[in-house]
Design a protein around this ligand. Structure first.
Ligand SMILES: Nc1nc2c(c(=O)[nH]1)N[C@H]1C(S)=C(S)[C@@H](COP(=O)(O)OP(=O)(O)OC[C@H]3O[C@@H](n4cnc5c(N)ncnc54)[C@H](O)[C@@H]3O)O[C@H]1N2
Ligand code: MOO
Length: 395
């Protein structure tokens, strides 16, 4: 059996980002910029009026002044001329400020009589003009490489006249369940059957880490059928069989993997839960076999699949461990490094954790509250409340 750190090193050995693809702006949120995004134009591209009113020379706009209206500049149709002293161009929000003008009088501050306006309110200083490029200039880096796009970035790129953006490709993760006892949610169960549940959690986790889950279905406990599932996954970057990882007479996953030409790198990790987690490859496709027990599958996915998905997706991620203090005591640990499902409490910049009361690897409901794992090194002594421990966030 190898240690957790050795297993992660094996899994990440030789892994590099799988490249980039162009996506449209509506597909940006959640993706990661593969390179700096450079503005194709200056925004705004011209000096624009911020208000509906009259573009004038500020020096002509004293209270009581009468100015002649010489034209109009609605948004999208610039006035083709120059504003001189005692002249005004009717302008609307977003209109191009005409040459010569350095101030917009809002229409509430004038009285209009045919083709003249009278300024009836004191103008404090030149105002209501947005200079060209006040938001950004052509050639500016508007989004840096490695940024995870949020919902506003699509508008920023569009304003910069960019239609498609280069993002890091999402690693494709083909996953399948395995077990004759598994039936789909909503089925009538017969004796001995249970509901196939794990892949719903795993697919959602893979998505959050930047991967693209492809669920292939549930394979029976039959080597030939399992071979077909491995073959169907071979175009993916990673294949994740769930269950059938242990040593039982019906655990055929690893023999099917060998039959399709897979090479095992390791077949057990000194970790609890998740001892039967195994790793290998079929040609360029990496295969992480997770145990079938729900907590084992979820914890080992967080520990071993997460760094692989994130690294293939171009993130510099190995394992984000943090320090928290125990709110309640924990028991001594055995020979395997353990990861206790735990709930975090963040108050006054202090991070505290409480381990879930029942750590059995078949349990799903503790994950409703558990948002972290407490790492207990092999053979660690019992720790009382207040002790510091390493944790990994689950969400
Ligand atoms: N003699 C030994 N027995 C076992 C060992 C061992 O070292 N020696 N290891 C134990 C450990 S640790 C684990 S973990 C389990 C994992 O075994 P498998 O990966 O072969 O998992 P299965 O037998 O397929 O399933 C275990 C358990 O989980 C249920 N399951 C499976 N898939 C799903 C799913 N998709 N959704 C919901 N539940 C699922 C399955 O019905 C079983 O109850 O082996 C121990 N045994
Ligand atoms: O390691 Mo197993 O995952 O204890 O149930």
């Amino acid at each position: 059996m190898i240690s957790v750190d050795e297993a992660i090193d094996h899994i990440l050995s030789g892994v590099t980002s799988i490249g980039a693809e162009f996506v449209s702006l509506s597909a940006l949120p959640g993706r990661i910029a593969a390179s700096d995004v450079i503005a194709h134009m200056t925004q705004p591209p011209f000096s624009a009026s911020a208000m509906d009113g009259y573009a004038v020379q500020f020096s002509s706009a004293g209270q009581g002044a009468v100015l002649s209206i010489i034209g109009e500049a609605p948004a999208g149709v610039p006035f083709d001329g120059c504003v001189g002293p005692n002249e005004a161009v009717r302008i609307f929000t977003g209109g191009v400020v005409p040459e010569g003008a350095n101030h917009v009088i809002i229409q509430e501050d004038v009285v209009r009589e045919c083709d003249v306006i009278r300024v009836n309110s004191e103008q404090q200083s030149p105002a209501h003009i947005r200079p060209a490029g006040v938001d950004f200039q052509s050639g500016d880096v508007i989004v840096g490489e490695g940024t995870r796009f949020h919902e506003i970035h699509g508008a920023i790129c569009a304003a910069a006249n960019i239609g498609k953006v280069s993002v890091r490709r999402r690693p494709k993760v083909a996953l399948f369940s395995n077990g004759d006892e598994l039936v789909e949610p909503g089925s009538e169960l017969t004796s001995g059957q249970i509901v196939n549940a794990n892949h719903f959690a795993l697919s959602a986790m893979i998505k959050r880490w930047g991967g693209e889950p492809i669920y292939l279905g549930c394979a029976p406990d039959d080597e030939a059928a399992l071979c077909r599932f491995f073959e169907r996954g071979q175009d993916a970057d990673i294949i994740v069989p769930i269950g059938g990882a242990s040593v039982g007479d019906y655990d055929f996953v690893k023999s099917a993997f060998a039959a399709v030409g897979g090479t095992i790198v390791f077949s057990k990790i000194a970790v609890r839960p998740g001892k039967p987690t195994w790793f290998g490859n079929i040609d360029k496709t990496r295969v992480i076999g997770l145990p079938g027990n729900p907590a084992s599958a979820i914890v080992t996915a967080a520990l071993f699949l997460q760094p692989l998905v994130r690294k293939l997706a171009g993130e510099d991620f190995k394992s984000a461990r943090e320090i928290a203090s125990l709110k309640e005591a924990i028991a001594a640990n055995g020979a395997r490094e353990s990861y206790l499902r735990a709930q975090m409490f963040e108050t006054d910049n202090k991070l505290e954790v409480v381990a879930s009361p029942n750590q059995d690897s078949s349990l799903l409901l503790p994950f409703d509250l558990a948002d972290a794992l407490i790492r207990c090194p092999a053979n660690a002594s019992a720790l009382s409340a207040g002790h510091e421990v390493e944790i990994i966030r689950l969400r």
